[in-house]
Design a protein around this ligand. Structure first.
Ligand SMILES: [Zn+2]
Length: 439
């Protein structure tokens, strides 16, 4: 049960106490603004928004048409910058980012048309998810054209998203947020939540919920939901990207966002599954990566471990009112605070910025400034010299180049994610949401 210290840097930030003299929020946010401009300048130089290639840490360029590590992420970055400019009512910047985002969108839509299914990640099958499929790109396209007031283009993108529903029903379909149907449900919900009148996809939302219930219910026993990934194997992951946390969170959001519980049976199954999950929590607040790994208290990432559990547990508390869910979320937050300054660096999926989002989720839910402070300290860690020095020399056997993510400019692993993170911190904090996950 002992944590492996080599995966994270010991958190030496003093914890929050009332009236702390060392914490000046205003100064910190000035620094975030500086970091945003610095990161954006580097990103624009090394990986321009309209670039067709994905740059790897080895210097190689590749075609990667995904939101996760590929060029679709460029559209997301500009979309978030546009949202920040809009929150600041900065008309000039709004126009600039919207137009850049649309250029990046068109470049990627063109690449999709040209390369079709070949862009697919590893299995050779198209994926319906936000992170891995065309639905992610067209979801952003629909939102961007809506802002630009271009109805025909907006509806074209919306139709492209809806057409991906067919992929969810294929025998090759998967269920998780990263690869699969929960990731498609995220796309539908992101659209429906923004404008339910225009993006009226309640029927499709229900259909995907039904598909998830059928798979999860069949794999689980005694009215709980579990999901093997891939479906052909019997590995059951917990984490937000690969497992239960992500799937349950979007299912609960689907019930909340569409405003009607049409399936009390599903609600009961979700609640029961959440109760089971709480039982699997380590005393440290972390969670194992998959079932049967009750001794593996090591990964504290969005993709695997405590960080990704937080939005799910908070949503369970919101829906069912059971204090055990809130307690579990707060304990998961302690694990993130203690062990979340990761040697893998500043990325969203398995990095410091991604973990900061989850500390923020606790702040947004509880309104306790301790969590805002902790989130801000993780922002500080993202530029802190000694932390970044340790990141640079970290020898990660899973990486192509030491000290660097394999896709150094991408949304989920690289600098694109840092730009989004800093923009979110400067945006009104209640609106800060983990890309592709929180709704
Ligand atoms: Zn990850």
């Amino acid at each position: 049960m002992k944590a492996e210290p080599q995966r994270f840097i010991e958190n030496v930030y003093p914890d929050y106490s009332d009236g702390m003299a060392t914490y000046n929020e205003k100064e910190l946010l000035v620094r975030v603004e500086t970091q945003l401009q610095k990161a954006l300048a580097e990103l624009t130089e090394k990986c321009p928004p309209a670039s067709q290639a994905t740059y790897e840490s080895t210097g190689k360029k590749s075609l990667d048409l995904t939101m996760y590590t590929g060029s679709f992420g460029n559209v997301f970055v500009q979309w978030r910058l546009y949202q920040l400019a809009k929150a600041r009512q900065d008309q000039a910047r709004m126009a600039e980012f919207l137009s850049t985002a649309l250029v990046a969108f068109k470049v990627n839509a063109g690449l999709l048309e040209k390369h079709g299914k070949k862009h697919s990640h590893s299995s050779g099958e198209e994926d319906p998810s936000f992170f891995m499929g065309k639905s992610g790109l067209y979801t952003l396209g629909a939102l961007l054209y809506r802002e630009a007031g271009k109805a025909a283009e907006m509806l074209g993108c919306y139709k492209a998203v809806l057409s991906a529903l067919a992929l969810c029903k294929l025998p090759t379909a998967e269920d998780e947020l990263l690869y699969g149907n929960a990731g498609y449900l995220y796309c539908l919900l992101a659209l429906y939540k923004t404008d339910p009148g225009t993006f009226d996809c309640k029927a499709e939302i229900r259909e995907v919920m039904g598909l998830l219930k059928a798979v999860g219910g069949a794999a689980g026993k005694g009215g709980i939901l579990i999901f093997p990934f891939p479906r052909s194997k019997s590995t059951f992951y917990y984490g937000a990207a690969h497992g239960l946390f992500g799937i349950l969170y979007v299912l609960m959001k689907a019930i909340e966002v569409t405003g009607a519980i049409t399936d009390p049976d599903l609600l009961e199954m979700i609640k029961k599954t959440c109760e089971q999950i709480v039982k699997a929590q380590f005393p440290t607040g972390n969670f194992p990566p998959s079932f049967g790994e009750g001794s593996k208290d090591k990964l504290v990432h969005f993709c695997h471990g405590a960080p990704g559990a937080i939005p799910m547990l908070l949503q369970a508390h919101k829906m069912f009112g059971d204090e055990a869910f809130l307690t579990a979320a707060l304990n998961a937050g302690e694990a993130v605070w203690n062990r979340g300054i990761l040697l893998k660096g500043n990325g969203l999926c398995h990095g410091i910025a991604g973990n900061a989002y989850m500390l923020h989720a606790l702040y947004a839910y509880t309104n306790d400034v301790r969590w805002k402070y902790r989130c801000h300290m993780f922002a500080d860690a993202s530029w802190n010299e000694s932390v970044q020095k340790a990141v640079k020399v970290y020898k990660d056997p899973t990486r192509l180049t030491a000290g660097m993510p394999d896709t150094p400019y991408s949304l989920m692993e690289g600098l694109g994610g840092s730009v989004v993170f800093y923009a979110d911190l400067l945006h009104d904090m209640p609106d800060m949401r983990f890309p592709g996950y929180e709704l």
